[in-house]
Design a protein around this ligand. Structure first.
Ligand code: CS2
Length: 520
């Protein structure tokens, strides 16, 4: 029996009463060192629908919503105003039911462990007021969407959830999109259009749709996907209503949120004095930059979010330095046999490599702004090196083929066009290719969860020792490399050299060669 199961078990410690489960009824029993929602134990009235109830949402938007609502409640008390607006979150999961069921057993409550280098703070988050596993309750989800009380719909559905093709249009060749169009909606895009259609028919105001995924121009992309879906469904008038009336602000979200481990579950339960089977943990840092929009919204700004007129400078530095850096570190780190980001950062040469990648190759591709990119890059090194959170490389590398275009290849293109060499980026892309081929420096298998490239992995395994064939196979994937990069013979050669260097010298040797200017 594992430790948590022992805590849950009634007969494991007969002399002590078993620990109770975290619920709204037991919230008052929480140990004093844990913060609890400042608005009391009862569920908030719904105001937000969230699609994609993963740990990132729970460590980020759900926490900031809690803080915003706490702020609104205390302002209302201070000013002796009536009850503040309702901003409870109806959290829907579209693909997995496990977390939803576990959260439902805790009335939507869970612990957020914020792990700094020295201390961990535990906060019970209570902003989720209802939970739904969408495939089980499609009618309920429709009713929630149609409810005018829902003024904002937020999304964290991962890059793949947008169903976009290489040209950033809805990929109608996907089976999920075909199913949505001809049977019934189950993707986020299909569900959004279904919900918006109902508001349109009802003559009701639409909610604001807020993408919180790490994608370039995430709001504009989401809008395009919805317009394409409505058009493909033969609903041009709906598409034009969406185009005119629905706001899709762009956002930039940032917080490192590792996979919750058994130790986190034990820690959360120990700091609460109550069993919590679904805590989340995160680094202390968080950032949320939101393009200004009209209409009601929670006071997320009082909780640390920023409303700005143009998110582009934040977006570019976040995607290219943080997420691009992460992907580079994950690909090299996995090849070096490391398990976590902090482990990879400890491999000789990787820290200096990461800094050069950010300052020499990513920074020149960023739009002009007054952001201090050098300070940002150094702060990132500290965040990546921190052993406060255990951030698994497997998680960063998950779905890498969908992350590569926005995080590494966009800047590579910019650098190629400007005639600037980008050896660190080339080495990072080569390391990803070697990961797909499936053997690390020690000849051990590399695990890479990437639903979009299962077939590619099978083919790459045959090319594991042949740089020319491996690079050719990879570049022949237009979904990842478009049709311009494969035509660049200089890039092809650079990638072949980098792959060969990784195969002969391993990650340490290849990174050293790159830093010494020996890789193109
Ligand atoms: C990571 C991100 O897994 C990944 O792709 O780069 O999840 C990263 O941790 C977050 O964007 C940090 O805000």
């Amino acid at each position: 029996m594992n430790q948590l199961a022992q805590l849950l078990s009634t007969d494991a410690r007969p002399s002590r009463p078993p620990m109770a489960r975290l619920t709204r009824a037991t919230l008052g029993m929480t140990a004093p060192q844990a913060r609890v929602p400042g608005f009391g134990a009862g569920p908030l009235r719904p105001g937000i629908l969230h699609l994609g109830c993963g740990s990132f949402h729970r460590a980020h938007q759900a926490l900031l919503t809690q803080r915003a609502v706490e702020w609104e409640h205390s302002a209302a008390r201070r000013l002796q105003r009536s009850e503040p607006p309702a901003w409870g979150i109806v959290a829907a999961s579209l693909v997995t039911r496990k977390t939803i069921d576990a959260l439902a057993a805790q009335d939507g409550l869970y612990t957020l462990l914020e792990r700094g280098p020295e201390r961990t703070h535990a906060t019970v988050v209570g902003s989720i007021c209802e939970l739904v596993y969408a495939p089980d309750r499609p009618e309920f989800l429709k009713r929630v969407f149609a409810d005018p009380a829902i003024r904002v719909v937020t999304l964290t559905i991962t890059v793949a959830g947008y169903c976009a093709d290489a040209a950033n249009r809805l990929d109608a060749t996907l089976a999920s999109v075909q199913h949505d169009l001809h049977v019934q909606p189950s993707t986020a895009i299909g569900l959004l259009v279904q919900g918006l259609r109902k508001r349109w028919i009802d003559g009701a105001a639409p909610p604001v749709i807020l993408s919180c995924d790490n994608l370039p121009a995430n709001g504009r992309l989401l809008r395009q996907m919805c317009l394409d879906f409505a058009a493909l469904h033969g609903e041009d008038r709906l598409a034009s209503w969406i185009a005119t009336h629905v706001q899709f602000p762009c956002t930039v979200v940032d917080r490192i949120v590792p996979v919750t481990s058994a130790a986190d579950r034990m820690d959360a339960s120990a700091s609460l004095g109550l069993i919590d089977t679904v805590p989340v943990c995160a680094e202390p840092f968080y950032q949320w930059v939101i393009e200004r929009f009209d209409g009601a919204r929670p006071r997320w700004d009082a909780a640390g979010a920023e409303y700005v007129s143009n998110v582009e400078p934040w977006e570019a530095s976040k995607l290219r330095l943080l997420n691009g850096g992460h992907l580079a570190i994950a690909s090299l780190g996995k090849m070096a046999g490391c398990a976590t980001v902090a482990d990879a950062m400890a491999v000789p040469g990787i820290s200096a490599f990461a800094l050069r990648f950010m300052l020499d190759e990513q920074k020149p591709t960023l739009p002009a702004s007054d952001h201090d990119i050098d300070a940002y890059a150094r702060q990132l090194l500290a965040r990546w090196r921190s052993r406060g959170v255990v951030h698994q490389l497997d998680r960063v590398a998950r779905g890498a083929s969908t992350k590569l275009p926005g995080r590494l290849l966009a800047s590579l293109r910019d650098n190629l066009c400007a005639g600037r060499p980008a050896p660190c980026t080339v080495l990072a892309v080569a390391a990803w290719m070697c990961c797909v081929a499936g053997r690390d420096d020690a000849g051990q298998p590399v695990s890479l969860v990437d639903a979009m490239c299962a077939e590619l992995k099978r083919q790459a395994a045959d090319a594991v020792n042949d740089p020319v064939q491996l690079v050719a196979l990879m570049l022949a994937q237009p979904r990842i490399f478009g049709d311009d990069l494969p035509r660049d013979s200089g890039l092809r050669r650079s990638l072949q050299e980098a792959v060969a260097m990784l195969q002969q010298q391993g990650v340490r040797g290849a990174v050293a060669a790159c830093m010494a200017g020996l890789l193109p």
